[in-house]
Write a protein that binds this ligand. Structure first.
Ligand code: GDP
Ligand code: MG
Length: 440
């Protein structure tokens, strides 16, 4: 996708800001990529609309191509839509905490139940009981029992002739009696969304009152993902989604669709058939998959880094040319007030190591920096551009505006002169970058 986008947009004049025509061309490609990734149509539409709003008029910084810029905007919106990192299973309730799995047949409910039981037992040190509520396929209950034996995690003894809700009730009673922390309820699916499955799931939920209801869905689910997630959420009520078969070649569109229509977080992903193949969900990885390129994340990171670096480079460039006015100084002071900023800017200059000591020597702490910024803030635009026009009456006005005295204004102006001289000298000269400041 990024290559195509890059191709389209790089042919356009493209610098400055993204025009509506640029964005429209890009959005056609994004739309195609989302549909290829099996994102549901209705979700594609609203997503494109949100991206378009952000992209039109967005400033394209010099060091990234418009294509990269659009990819970054699309990627960031994808990540925002997919939700935050670290949405885990909530066990904060009176034990035994019931967790119910729902989903279509073959989506991976039984496997995920075992995976979750394993993680909670081994990593979280919880006492877990698993129960199969799948009365339709005798092999289904046996499947869970086998998994439980392999993992050395108990399963509810099989009693024939009980309805799913009755089994759920029995599981919770056994959970209470046995002092279990968690009871996992593995329900039966159907091959299609049908009323029987929904009413059964609703009944189990009413009986067991689960703390979490997880929709287990295959990441290869295409356009149906929307109906599936919406139906389960409306009829049963979901607390989260587990996306399975992420190890397959699905492009992850289902994640975006389900998250978008339900607003429920994707809590876990299944990445294989084995019971240890369960991972936390990271939106940016799925976003990369949806955009159809492995390196989209690094591309985006590079773009973001360039955007910051370019801002710093612009200031540095102006300094070198001796155009360092009070606006630039204000920018500098703010950057210094924030130590992340200072290394970003000063990393581009020589003598960085010495600088920290000089700052300390000059007593430039955050409070002083903010006060200096306040002085510049109470100047007019013309004054900031050309400090030479600052005579006594103007200084008095500025000092009053910033709640400080004229002496402090003078000190700031002297510091600016020193910095500007030093910056100019730096092009050819050999003085350390903050020599001027230390003298102020
Ligand atoms: P259920 O009908 O919803 O209970 O589905 P199962 O748990 O029985 O899983 C159906 C098939 O999918 C089994 O063969 C599983 O091994 C397989 N499966 C489940 N989760 C994953 C996964 O994350 N990756 C892969 N590759 N296979 C999975
Ligand atoms: Mg099953």
């Amino acid at each position: 996708l990024s290559e195509k986008l890059g191709g389209i947009l790089d042919r356009l004049t493209g610098r400055g800001s993204l025009s509506e025509a640029d964005v429209d061309a890009a959005m056609r490609e994004v739309r195609r990529a989302l549909l290829e990734a099996d994102v549901a149509l209705e979700v594609v539409r609203s997503f494109i609309e949100r991206v378009r709003e952000q992209a039109v008029g967005a400033t394209v910084v010099k060091s990234v191509t418009p294509g990269q810029m659009v990819v970054k905007i699309v990627h960031d919106e994808l990540v925002a839509t997919l939700g935050a990192d670290g949405q885990t299973i909530d066990l904060n309730a009176v034990p035994p905490v019931a967790i119910m799995m729902v989903g279509l047949q073959g989506s991976g409910k039984t496997t995920t139940t075992a995976k979750l039981a394993r993680r909670m037992t081994q990593r979280d040190k919880r006492k877990v009981l698993m129960a199969s509520l799948d009365i339709y396929r005798p092999a289904a209950m046996e499947q869970l029992a086998v998994l439980g034996r392999d993992l050395d995690i108990p399963t509810l003894p099989i009693v024939t002739g009980q309805k799913p809700a009755q089994i759920a009730k029995r599981a919770l009673e056994a959970g209470k009696l046995g002092g279990y922390d968690v009871v996992l309820l593995d329900t039966a699916g159907r091959t299609t969304l049908d009323e029987e499955m929904m009413s059964e799931a609703a009944e189990i939920k009413a009986t067991a009152n689960p703390h979490e209801v997880l929709l287990v869905a295959d990441s290869l689910t295409g356009q149906d993902a929307v109906n599936l997630a919406r139906a389960f959420d409306q009829r049963v009520g979901l607390t989260g989604i587990v996306l399975t078969r992420v190890d397959g070649d699905g492009r992850g569109g289902a994640a975006l669709s389900m998250r978008a229509v339900t607003g429920k977080p994707i809590k876990l992903i299944g990445t294989g058939e084995k019971t240890d193949a369960l991972e936390d969900f990271h939106p940016s990885r799925i976003a990369g998959r949806i955009l159809g390129m492995g390196d989209v994340v690094s591309l985006v990171e590079r773009a973001a880094a360039n955007i910051d670096a370019e801002k710093a480079a612009r200031t540095a460039e102006r300094m070198r040319k001796g155009q360092f006015d009070l606006n630039d100084m204000r920018e500098q002071l703010l950057q210094m007030a924030n130590m992340g900023g200072i290394s970003g800017l000063m990393g581009m200059m020589p003598g960085i190591a010495k600088m920290k000591n000089q700052i300390a020597a000059a007593g430039i702490d955050e409070k002083i920096l903010k006060r200096q910024v306040a002085i510049i803030d109470s100047m007019t635009r013309a004054e900031r551009k050309n400090p030479d026009i600052l005579k006594a009456s103007r200084k008095k006005r500025i000092a009053a505006g910033a709640g400080q005295n004229v002496e402090q204004v003078n000190k700031l102006l002297k510091m600016h002169r020193n910095m500007a001289d030093m910056m100019k000298a730096m092009g050819s000269g050999k003085r350390g970058p903050l020599a001027g400041i230390a003298q102020a």
